[in-house]
Design a protein around this ligand. Structure first.
Ligand code: SF4
Length: 215
């Protein structure tokens, strides 16, 4: 699946309302892009310093268990499973409040440069989070659904591995460093109250409301 590159005003709406979520493999590239990787002191504490500056913990989307299992190509979808939902906690970029000459104070993604309504630039465009680089507002619902599943599945795998006993894991199924960082950062930020208050569905509603202004 290829990334998207549209920077029209409608596709920039989430930068002001609900920045896209990260998957575990985003962490190292984003940290590198923001000058935080490769320092000798790159310890867990140091990674948390980076996370506090740039990220928030979100309780994440509530996904239907049947939808999720179907996308996992599971052979066995238990009867009645469609009544159940899974919450997948995600990391998202933090929001900064800035002042713009024309529109006054406004909230915008912490990674936005020149954050006025005319020329917002993503300072980490090449390494922007999965939830930003893989979606735009022009794609079909089917394409968006496939991409959403792939991203959410990657995050869910991090949580599954982090909370599985070793004897429940197959060979090669160990938690990767990035998956461990993802879960640790989410738990650390959440403990410190650095959270995105809106649920994912509330965020989607906010984005849609703002898009409606343009269309
Ligand atoms: S990371 Fe970049 S594309 Fe994503 S919300 Fe922030 S500024 Fe926008």
């Amino acid at each position: 699946m290829e990334r998207t590159n549209c920077d029209c005003k409608i596709c920039q709406v989430p930068c002001y309302t609900a920045p896209g979520y990260l998957v575990p493999t985003d962490l190292v590239t984003m940290m590198g892009e923001t000058g935080y990787l490769g320092e000798p002191e790159a310890t867990v504490d140091w990674c948390m310093t980076w996370a506090r500056k740039f990220l928030l913990a979100s309780k994440g989307p509530c996904v239907n268990a049947k939808w999720f299992l179907r996308h996992c190509h599971s052979d066995a979808i238990p009867y009645g499973v469609e009544r159940f939902y899974l919450r997948i906690p995600i990391l998202v970029p933090a929001i900064a409040t800035v002042t713009d000459d024309e529109v006054g104070r406004m909230d915008v993604c912490v990674f936005a440069d020149s954050p006025n309504q005319k020329d917002l630039i993503c300072s980490i465009h090449q390494y922007s989070p999965y939830g930003c680089r893989m979606f735009d507002t022009h794609m079909t619902a089917g394409d968006s659904d496939k991409r959403a599943h792939r991203g959410i599945y990657a995050v869910r795998e991090a949580w599954r591995k982090a909370f599985s006993d070793e004897d429940e894991q197959d060979e090669g199924d160990e938690l990767t460093t990035e998956e461990g960082m993802y879960v640790s950062m989410w738990l650390g930020l959440s403990r410190e109250g650095l959270i995105r208050e809106e649920s994912t569905s509330e965020s989607r509603r906010m984005v849609q409301k703002s898009i409606d202004v343009y269309t």
